[in-house]
Design a protein around this ligand. Structure first.
Ligand SMILES: [Zn+2]
Length: 702
């Protein structure tokens, strides 16, 4: 049975799988008959529920692994355009593209990752973290200079293998009290997977095979050793399946099983509360599901996600309160989410989208990508900070501990080693995202999984190559236009993801409306004979919605489609260190932030006016002035709500709350554009049941 169909079938019996299928009203004739187009498939069968459909056009899962409902296209198949391309170009010109200038871990000279005998400096996670995204950045932009420079490193890694299969830094081989520290190699495996995906270089598969043969000689206890490897070994399981799908060597599956059985037990729940461990570790049972084949594994990944978010993710933006570790009692939106966590969470969601075929994971990926990742970096992508918080009204360099767990500078922007792990690991956020816009489907079709402007070249149906140009300003626009270019007509299913927030999606084919049951959290599937010039127009109308967060004192957040909104706060940027070329920057508020919203009692969403800026999208929409959409709202200041003695925004207090201040009209901008941000608002109330804001711990005046 096709795995997507299996998911759909099982989805009906699983509460957490809200996803559904499709689509066409039986008997409805589709497409303009005058142009001779074959009619769309009618009826409710569009995701094939029959025998093991696998897609021979791309490398999906090989038996006995469960078939892949959605398969990653070879890197380079998708050319990002629009705002996403601009993020990648800024990344290339910014910190990631030039990290060798500022990071001592990325100095080639004497680097243990570049030495044939694995001797030298910087042999831990930093270099692979950076190279993982840096190489992919070159591939998705088709940037010859980056590709060439990444290859210099990769060639050196490939030349470093010992007779027994170990490669790279020799110190890691005995890095844990004489036992191997296996974590940095997990990241380098990702580097090599992408390199192979882009180049097909014939050295990669034998190299990885030899390494995993060495790993296979290790006793099971070594897979449960060390703090980082034990928790993150699911990363290697994914690589092992990737390799197995390309070589068919069955001992690899025994190795994957042994790793699963000896590493941290993520199937039984969450046992470690470190931010990045959570963001990448929680998915492990979902990854193992394709081998374990029991629904409980896939469900465990969902359960882990829900456990984390129920306890610590009670605010908008897609992240959770884990400013190093999650801490009981520290669940206010002023808590932070590490930049490594942002990109690892996105990577997890991308993987789980493909494994499960469940569009909910793609929704979650967009949530992080639009609302959290941009604000983790300066608008020019030349610096980042460690912690991004939904409520974060001042980004100074001073210590915020114990308000946030980590001591030292955490909020201001820097390109330097003060944010050592994130500085390198942030590299893969946007490149990986761009690689996942389109996916091949198990039934030889194509799936528009994440929406952004791009052009994709892919093989479909019986193997015909075609091109689809996707034009859209999404998430700043609600229309996605797909133009098909094909040398000859070809029949295949085209899957379009309908996000969870969209109740009124509509589809046009060659200008004519198609009657589809486009329910939230589903795929619309258009199966027909496609020909050159066919055009699909998908509309995803967005509406304002207001969410009340009971677990955070009944504060509210405001969404418009996939975008969450923050108060627009005036910014004063101030350099405190670094160089002219690589400044370190603090950001201070120049306008008040301590507002509660005045909401319509009958319909809170009606309290907001949507203002769309006319004309072309700005190249960098993730800035206060470049944001293409604003909301206007009524608000009152709460004078007692101030920054605490650490400079952190005061914690939320129960809503509704009284304010005797005048009503003002305030502007809200997308969270991703707001580096100074207030995204969780108290609600202003009237009458006897309304509380008073209690002043506490004041140092600074607003
Ligand atoms: Zn980090």
């Amino acid at each position: 049975m096709n795995a997507l169909a299996r998911w759909v079938r099982h989805g009906r019996s699983l509460v957490f799988f809200a996803g559904v299928v499709l689509l066409l009203t039986a008997g409805h004739r589709l497409g303009p008959s005058s142009c001779g187009a074959a009619p769309l498939e009618t009826g409710v069968k569009v995701v094939p529920a029959s025998a093991a459909a696998t897609n021979p056009l791309y490398t999906g899962n090989r038996e006995p692994l469960l078939p892949s409902p959605l398969i990653k296209l070879p890197i380079g198949s998708i050319q990002p355009k629009g705002w996403l391309r601009h993020q990648l170009e800024l990344e290339a010109k910014g910190m990631t593209g030039r990290l060798e200038e500022v990071s001592r871990w990325c100095k080639f000279e004497g680097n243990a990752w570049a030495d044939p005998q694995g001797q030298g400096h910087s042999g831990w996670e930093e270099l692979p973290y950076w190279l993982k995204g840096y190489g992919d950045l070159g591939y998705v932009l088709d940037d010859p200079a980056i590709i060439k420079n990444a290859r210099k490193w990769i060639d050196a890694v490939l030349a470093s293998q010992e007779a027994d299969g170990w490669f790279g830094p020799r110190a890691n081989k005995t890095g844990l009290k004489g036992k191997p520290d296996l974590w940095p190699h997990m990241v380098m495996c990702n580097v090599l997977q992408s390199f192979y995906g882009f180049t097909g270089d014939e050295r990669v598969l034998p190299f990885l095979t030899k390494y995993f043969k060495w790993l296979n000689t290790q006793p099971g206890e070594n897979f449960g050793a060390g703090y980082w490897p034990r928790i993150r070994f699911g990363d290697n399981i994914e690589t092992i399946y990737w390799l197995y799908n390309r070589t068919g060597e069955s001992w690899l599956l025994d190795l994957a099983r042994r790793i699963h059985e000896n590493m941290e037990n993520w199937t039984s729940g969450v046992h470690n509360w470190h931010n990045v461990n959570l963001a990448q570790g929680f998915r492990e049972p979902g990854v193992y599901y394709v081998q374990g084949k029991e629904e409980r594994f896939l469900r465990a990944a969902e359960n882990n996600y829900e456990t984390i978010m129920r306890l610590y993710g009670q605010f908008p933006g897609g992240g959770f309160a884990g400013d190093e570790n999650c801490r009981p009692g520290y669940t206010d939106p002023r808590q932070g989410f590490e930049t490594c966590g942002i990109v690892e969470f996105m990577h997890s969601f991308e993987m789980l989208t493909r494994i499960s075929g469940n569009p909910l994971w793609a929704d979650r990926c967009e949530e992080m990508a639009f609302n959290s990742l941009p604000a983790a970096l300066t608008p020019d992508l030349k610096a980042l900070h460690y912690l991004t918080c939904p409520n974060q009204v001042q980004l100074d360099k001073e210590n915020k501990s114990p308000g946030v767990q980590n001591e030292g500078t955490m909020f201001s922007y820097s390109p330097f080693e003060v944010y050592r792990c994130c500085q390198h690991n942030v590299s893969h956020g946007w490149p990986y995202y761009a690689e996942e816009l389109w996916l091949a489907t198990g039934d030889r079709g194509l799936c528009a999984s994440l929406y952004a402007a791009n052009e994709v070249n892919a093989k479909v149906g019986t193997g015909t190559s075609l091109k689809v140009a996707e034009e859209t300003d999404y998430p700043f626009g609600d229309t996605v236009t797909l133009r098909v270019s094909a040398a000859q007509p070809v029949r295949f299913p085209l899957y379009l993801r309908i996000p969870r927030w969209c109740g009124k999606a509509s589809v046009k084919l060659n200008g004519q409306s198609v009657r589809v049951a486009a329910k939230p959290l589903s795929y619309v599937v258009l199966e027909r004979e496609w020909k050159d010039g066919d055009t699909v127009s998908l509309r995803l109308p967005m509406q304002v919605s207001v969410k009340k967060w009971e677990k955070n004192h009944n504060a509210v957040s405001v969404d418009y489609g996939p975008l969450s909104f923050s108060l627009k706060i005036g910014e004063r940027w101030s350099r405190y260190g670094g160089t002219e070329a690589w400044p370190e920057l603090e950001v201070f508020p120049t306008t008040p932030w301590n507002y509660g919203l005045v909401l319509s009692e009958k319909n809170a969403a009606k309290s907001f006016k949507v203002v769309k800026k006319p004309g072309m999208l700005t190249v960098q929409p993730f800035t206060p002035d470049g944001a293409p959409i604003e909301l206007r709202a009524q608000a009152k200041r709460i004078p007692e709500w101030r920054q605490d003695s650490l400079g952190l925004v005061g914690k939320l207090q129960p809503s509704p709350v009284r304010s005797d201040q005048p009503v003002e009209t305030v502007t809200l901008i997308p969270m991703g554009a707001a580096r100074l941000r207030l995204s969780m608002f108290p609600v202003i109330g009237q009458g006897e049941v309304v509380g008073e804001w209690k002043q506490e711990n004041i140092r600074q005046e607003n």
